[in-house]
Design a protein around this ligand. Structure first.
Ligand code: ADP
Ligand code: ADP
Length: 232
C-alpha cells in the first residue's frame, strides 16, 4: 500500500541544514497497522508529512496505492490526498462548528451534495460512537470524544490510509485505550491501512502489527512488534 524508497528530506535553515529523514526504505502492507516510534527530533513528523505530501522529498520516492506521489499534477495531488486521512494530537477541530459540521467539512470541500453529506455524517457518527453528540461543539466534549470527531472527519472521504500523528498523546491512559480499540475496530471493519507515529511504546505494543524505530532520521530497526521489543 505504501512504499518509500531512498527517501530523504533536508531542511535548509539559517544555521545550516538538517536531514530530518535520511535514506528511508519502508514498505507498509494493505490493511496493516504500522507504528513508527522514536524520540522527539527523530524525524517522525517529517516522515508523516512526506506521506501526506505536505512536504516534498529532497530525493527518493513515495508510492501510495500504486501511485508515485512525486509525479502528480496539482489536480491529481488533491485527489490522491483524499485517499489519505489524518488525525492529530490536538485534534485540529474547528471550534466554532458542531460535531456534524466538523465531520462534514471535507465533504463540503469536495462538493458532496447536502443530502448525501448528512447521510454520510450520520454513518460516521455511528462508526465512531458519537451518537447523540452531533449538535455539540468541540468545547463541550471530552478529549476522547474530540478525537472520535477527528477520526470521523478523517474517514469522511473513505481514505485507503489513515495517518495518526501522536493521536493519543494528549489523552489519559483509559481514554487512550478506548481510542486505540476504535482504531483496531476500524482497521478490521474497513480494512484500512493505519500508520501511526508515537513516542509511546505501549501504543505500539497494544495495536501495531509491525514497527519501525527511528533515530536521527533513519530507521534503525524494524519488524514484528514482539521481535523488535523483546531484544534487550
Ligand atoms: P519528530 O517528529 O520525531 O519529533 P521532526 O520530524 O519534527 O521529528 O524533526 C526532525 C528534525 O528536523 C529535527 O531536528 C527538527 O528540528 C528538524 N525540522 C523539522 N521540521 C523542520 C522545518 N520545517 N524546518 C527546519 N527544520 C525542521
Ligand atoms: P472556523 O471559523 O473556520 O469555523 P475557527 O476560527 O473556529 O474555525 O478555528 C480555526 C482553527 O483555530 C481551528 O482549526 C482550531 O485548530 C483553532 N482553534 C480555534 N479555537 C481554538 C481553541 N479554543 N483552542 C484551540 N484551538 C483553537
Amino acid at each position: 500500500m505504501i512504499s518509500l524508497t531512498n527517501l530523504v528530506k533536508t531542511y535548509h535553515t539559517r544555521d545550516g541544514q538538517v536531514t530530518a529523514v535520511d535514506s528511508i526504505d519502508l514498505t507498509i502492507d494493505e490493511g496493516e497497522i504500522f507504528g513508527i516510534i522514536g524520540y522527539s527530533g527523530a524525524g517522525k513528523s517529517t516522515l508523516i508529512r512526506l506521506l501526506n505530501m505536505l512536504e516534498t522529498p529532497s530525493s527518493g520516492n513515495v508510492m501510495i496505492a500504486g501511485k508515485n506521489m512525486n509525479h502528480l499534477s496539482n489536480k491529481q495531488l488533491r485527489k490522491a490526498r483524499q485517499e489519505i486521512g489524518m488525525i492529530f494530537q490536538h485534534f485540529n477541530l474547528l471550534w466554532s462548528r458542531t460535531v456534524k459540521e466538523n465531520i462534514a467539512f471535507p465533504l463540503e470541500i469536495k462538493g458532496v451534495p447536502k443530502e448525501e453529506r448528512e447521510k454520510r455524517v450520520n454513518e460516521l457518527i455511528g462508526l465512531v460512537g458519537l451518537e447523540g453528540r452531533g449538535e455539540s461543539y468541540p468545547s463541550q466534549l471530552s478529549g476522547g470524544q474530540k478525537q472520535r470527531v477527528g477520526i470521523a472527519r478523517a474517514l469522511a472521504n473513505n481514505p485507503k490510509v489513515l495517518l495518526c500523528d501522536e493521536a493519543t498523546s494528549a489523552l489519559d491512559p483509559k481514554t487512550t485505550d478506548s481510542i486505540l480499540e476504535l482504531l483496531v475496530d476500524i482497521n478490521k471493519k474497513l480494512g484500512l491501512t493505519i500508520v501511526l507515529i508515537t513516542h509511546e511504546m505501549h501504543v505500539i505494543r497494544k495495536i501495531c502489527h509491525r514497527v519501525a524505530v527511528m533515530e536521527e532520521g533513519r530507521i534503525v530497526e524494524q519488524g514484528n512488534v514482539l521481535e523488535v521489543f523483546k531484544k534487550p
